[in-house]
Design a protein around this ligand. Structure first.
Ligand code: NAG
Ligand code: NAG
Ligand code: NAG
Ligand code: NAG
Ligand code: NAG
Ligand code: NAG
Length: 785
């Protein structure tokens, strides 16, 4: 009995102790998790106040940092980094990050904005099963939206804006019965919208702006809570969406809507902002829109809306912006729009209005166009119509009127649409014309970029050439074959018997050496073979006849036909310039070449003193480094100085010298990058100024950034890609060598820039081909390694 009592007391004690221990653990572990998060985020400035002694649950919250606890567990975490945060370094792992994050299982509100997070969002985030509000905007998250998210049944707000998510909008959206805000602006999502969207009964804000969506918008008129719908900058269409009448903001700008505006729109009594600009909407413009009770912003510009405005129309006095420009409106501007125009923007150019100060077409233009889109304007149909239209009208009248016009119109449109699909869109034509490349070439270039990792490709094996071959190849060093002279000897162009073009460097020896003296160096030289080096194909000794000691060496290089990289940027003048993507590819090539020089050969080659004129392009625009520091003469000197038997320099000093010298290549690379971005060659004394300019523009807006770069690539480069290139360029040019990034780091950032640009171009090219489904996004994304 006593024993039993003992035992149960003991049990109670143990349980008590355990529970105390357990709760203590719970209390300390969230702090550790937060500190680990701080470390994984690479100690961002916003978290600088966090340390081992921070009591997280009682810190003051700021707009960029808030931790909210409830009964000792963390329920809200809100971290907003600096705007335009840089990508976290290569060693960041989104997977470890989320693994750490899910140790805060009570999180309901999670904001991780502008922290440089990158990678595909791991599905295990659903272990945070209490999540209600998630905002991970302005990071570099990519890949598809993970299907596991559908398990977050409490989710009310999901904001993934300004990332690089791709793929389709998931079908399982209806598994979020509580969802009120879904915002996916500025991503790379594509496909058409799932019908499940129409069952999001509670949705209040739906923003899909600036993606690559296309096709019809599902029927949303049952969504009675929907207040904000933003679909701009996609390829939705052709029918105007069916919507509930509680809308406050409706943005359909820049899509492919081609129908008329349904009458219901004039009954959206809460509507404050309506932007349907830059579509091809036809039919009458409902004048009632001007007098909706709440309307303040109305933009219908860039459509084919018809109708006659009257001076005595009434409009909402609260209207701040009205843009009617580029439509087919007639009549005269309503008085209510003309007056008190100081704090109002009223635009109406390029219609057919009477007596206005803004540019107008002649009246017949609007009538002709209106007929051409198959809608006949009300009233006075025949009076002012031009002859051609009149006769067309008569023909049509004979054959039964509008139906035929519509038929004709559809035939014409189909033919037009077809021809549009066949031809690349005009924007692309002009870009291609400017750079002179076919898309085939670009896709080849992309293909090549996939293959870069294989190093050398398609080089004949290294071999020893005979003097006869060298003489024959250069036509006995004919002056016509002379290419130039560098510190290491003359260069001649040549052609081998098998047709292969080569470049031959002749190095004369001041002293005579035996062949054996060279064997070590030749062995090294034979390893200078890489896709991004002007590679060595072989050598040939020239010997004195009497004692057969070496009087000279010919080094046979591959011939790279497309000239220097310098000649392909804007101030190369006499050539077309490279596209933005080709510039990134070229930069990646150079960086890979440098990486190979540093690490690919037993004794790394550092301090190559590279210039943009040392980078050559081959027939496929693969960049190759020439004039790298070939260890021929330098090592010969070393052979003289350091006898193999006597000791060499101590390995440690050797290493630190190498380290620094590697960073001087990084600096030189930075200059080349600067030249690629700005499109001109740069004197070394100007590098610092231009670096500062670049630095300043990184934190400015996209417009400012674009304004300083090579005009030839201004249009076609994606801002994120440009920014990444600028950032890495600035870092390469840092004064202190040890603070410059490693060449691997450089390479990684360049590949990131390429991936961003590639994903964007893949989609934007096809989405501009008039409503045809978007073709698969540029396939094989580059892998980070
Ligand atoms: C916090 O504590 C850990 C050990 O618990 C220690 O390694 C670390 O240096 C400490 N950090 C700070 C900022 O004091
Ligand atoms: C990642 O690398 C940076 C330097 O680039 C280093 O400061 C940091 O400690 C590393 N972070 C982790 C989590 O390894
Ligand atoms: C997401 O959070 C950021 C930072 O607090 C905020 O600026 C942004 O408006 C939020 N996004 C949405 C759609 O509310
Ligand atoms: C109306 O929309 C067009 C096209 O989207 C845009 O260019 C224009 O600036 C807008 N007008 C106003 C006043 O915002
Ligand atoms: C506006 O003026 C037109 C004639 O110019 C007239 O037919 C119409 O009844 C007027 N409307 C109102 C509301 O006064
Ligand atoms: C959408 O994008 C994904 C990758 O981002 C691609 O694989 C897919 O083919 C695209 N779908 C369509 C219909 O364009």
């Amino acid at each position: 009995m006593g024993n039993r009592l003992h035992l149960s007391v003991l049990m109670v004690l143990v349980t008590l102790l355990l529970s105390i221990f357990h709760s203590e653990q719970l209390q300390s572990s969230p702090s550790q998790t937060l500190l680990r998060i701080q470390r994984l985020l690479n100690f961002p400035a916003v978290l600088s106040s966090w340390n081992n002694n921070t009591d997280f649950c009682s810190t003051d919250s700021t707009s960029s940092l808030t931790v909210v606890c409830y009964e000792g567990t963390i329920t809200q975490l809100h971290i907003v980094g600096e705007t335009r945060a840089l990508l976290l370094p290569r060693n960041f792992s989104i997977d470890s990050f989320v693994t750490t994050l899910v140790r805060l299982p009570s999180l309901k509100v999670l904001t991780l904005v502008s922290l440089g997070l990158w990678g595909p969002l791991p599905g295990k985030i659903v272990h945070l099963s209490s999540l209600e509000i998630v905002n991970v905007s302005s990071n570099f998250l990519y890949g598809s939206i993970p299907p596991q998210l559908s398990l977050l049944s409490h989710l009310q707000t999901l904001i993934l804006d300004d990332n690089m998510f791709s793929g389709h909008l998931p079908e399982w959206l209806d598994s979020f019965p509580a969802l009120t805000v879904l915002s996916l602006r500025n991503n790379l999502l594509n496909g058409s919208l799932p019908d499940s969207l129409s069952s999001l009964k509670n949705i209040r804000i739906l923003s899909l702006s600036n993606n690559h969506f296309y096709g019809p918008v599902p029927d949303l008129h049952h969504l009675t809570n929907l207040q904000v719908l933003e679909l701009d900058d996609n390829a939705f269409g052709p029918r105007f969406p069916m919507l509930g009448d509680k809308l406050v903001t409706l943005v359909l700008r820049n899509n492919k809507f081609r129908s008329s505006i349904p009458d219901e729109v004039s009954s959206y009594y809460q509507l404050e902002a309506l932007d349907i600009s830059a579509n091809t909407l036809v039919g009458p413009f409902q004048l009632a829109l001007l007098s909706l009770p709440s309307i303040t912003y109305l933009n219908i510009s860039g459509n084919k809306l018809t109708g006659m405005l009257l001076e005595n129309l009434s409009c909402n006095p609260g209207l701040e912006v009205v843009d009617l420009s580029s439509n087919l409106l007639t009549g005269s501007l309503p008085k209510c729009l003309v007056s008190n125009s100081n704090d109002r923007t009223i635009l109406y150019a390029r219609n057919c209005l009477e007596e206005t100060i803004q540019n107008q077409h002649e009246l017949p233009f609007c009538h002709t166009e209106a007929i051409a889109v198959g809608i006949v304007p009300e009233g006075k149909k025949h009076k002012q119509v031009s002859k051609a239209v009149l006769s067309l009208g008569i023909v049509c009248g004979t054959f039964g009127g509008v139906a035929i016009v519509a038929l004709l119109f559809f035939i014409v449109r189909r033919v037009y649409a077809k021809s549009k699909i066949k031809k690349p869109p005009t924007k692309l034509i002009s870009e291609n014309a400017a750079s002179g490349y076919t898309s085939k070439l670009i896709s080849d270039a992309r293909y090549i970029s996939q293959k870069m990792k294989f190093g050398m490709v398609g080089l004949p094996p290294y071999r020893v050439f005979s003097l006869e071959e060298i003489v024959a190849a250069t036509n006995n060093f004919d002056t016509a074959t002379f290419m130039g002279e560098g510190s290491e000897g003359k260069m001649h162009r040549g052609q081998l018997k098998n047709g292969l073009l080569v470049a031959i460097r002749s190095v004369k020896m001041a002293k005579s050496y035996s062949k054996e003296d060279f064997m070590h160096n030749i062995d090294l030289i034979s390893k200078y073979r890489h896709r991004h080096l002007v590679s060595v194909l072989g050598h040939c000794f020239e010997c004195y006849l009497d004692d057969s000691s070496v009087s000279g060496i010919f080094i046979v290089f591959e011939y790279v036909p497309n000239g220097t990289l310098k000649s392909w940027i804007s101030d190369g003048h006499y050539r077309k310039s490279l596209t933005w993507m080709q510039r990134i590819e070229a930069a990646i090539g150079v960086a890979k070449g440098i990486e190979f020089l540093h690490t690919g050969i037993v004794t790394g080659v550092y301090s190559n003193n590279l210039k943009i004129t040392d980078v050559l392009l081959d027939q496929n625009f693969v960049a190759k480094i020439s004039n790298y520091d070939l260890p021929l003469l330098s090592n010969m000197r070393k052979v003289e100085q350091v006898n193999p038997s006597s000791g060499s320099r101590s390995p440690s000093t050797n290493k630190s010298v190498k380290h620094d010298e590697g960073k001087s290549d990084v600096y030189d690379f930075g200059v080349i990058l600067l030249e690629l971005i700005l499109g001109r060659t740069i004197k070394s004394r100007n590098v610092d100024t231009l670096k500062d300019l670049l630095q300043a523009s990184i934190t400015a807006d996209g417009e400012a950034r674009r304004s300083i770069i090579d005009p030839a690539v201004r249009k076609a480069c994606l801002d994120q890609s440009l920014k990444t290139m600028m950032e890495i360029c600035v870092r390469c040019l840092i004064k202190e060598p040890e603070e410059r990034p490693s060449i691997e780091d450089v390479l990684w950032n360049l590949q990131f820039a390429a991936q961003v640009q590639d994903a964007w171009r893949g989609d934007s090219q096809s989405s501009s081909s008039d409503g045809s489904p978007i073709s698969p996004l540029a396939s094989g994304r580059m892998t980070f390694h």
